[in-house]
Design a protein around this ligand. Structure first.
Ligand code: GLN
Length: 200
């Protein structure tokens, strides 16, 4: 990010694995801020919704009055990355930011947690090692949702405009390419802010 100011990325920090996302983003030169109340969204260039427990996270979002501000944030064209429970939070039955329905704990009881190499469309350098922990898959989706990765034929990564969602924990391990892809969306949104976002 030479020559430009580091983007400021918020990480929803009500519950779950937000710290590992912050570390990965910082390692890539971004500034980070923890989001717990609507005011924390001000001035952010992008937002990460981490893994955790979507029921607890959804309760926290309601309690803090964050649902509508989060929807507005995404609707304004600011990039959002959701991972695992974060993917669930983005679906129709939660924030409704993506036109899809996540199936929770979809991989079943026997294989609650596993690792798999996932080929993500648009990600150069071969498959990414995905860490799946009681992960969801995408059970249904509308036309605007592009499936960019699958495991055993099940969609586990998707993109809708500037919103990215993956069912695995991209923040664990050393491979930071998904966060790079996300920061690329942030950079493009900042560069094209006038045209794409109606000016900011
Ligand atoms: N199973 C969790 C849920 O339903 C998600 C697990 C995770 O984020 N690792 O919210």
């Amino acid at each position: 990010m030479a020559g430009s100011t580091a983007p400021l990325i918020g990480v929803l920090a009500l519950q779950g694995g937000f710290e590992a996302h912050e570390q990965m983003l910082q390692g890539l030169g971004a500034q980070t801020a923890e989001v717990r109340v609507p005011r924390d969204l001000e001035g952010l260039d992008g937002l990460v919704i981490p893994g955790g427990e979507s029921t607890t996270m959804a309760l926290g979002v309601e309690r803090e009055g964050l649902a509508e501000p989060l929807r507005r944030f995404a609707a304004a064209g600011r990039p959002v990355l959701g991972s695992c429970a974060g993917l669930i939070m983005l679906d129709r039955e939660h924030l409704g930011v993506m036109d899809m329905r996540a199936e929770r704990n979809a991989f079943g009881r026997q294989i609650r947690s596993f690792e798999a190499d996932v080929q993500i469309a648009g990600l150069a350098g071969g498959p990414i090692r995905g860490i799946f922990i009681r992960a969801p898959w995408i059970a249904e989706h509308g036309e605007e949702v592009e499936i960019i990765g699958a495991v055993d034929g099940r969609p586990i990564a998707a993109r809708q405009g500037r919103v990215l969602a993956v069912a695995f924990h991209a923040e664990l391990g050393r491979d930071d390419r998904l966060h790079r892809l996300f920061l690329g969306l942030v950079e493009r949104s900042l560069a094209g802010a006038d045209a794409a976002d109606g000016g900011r």
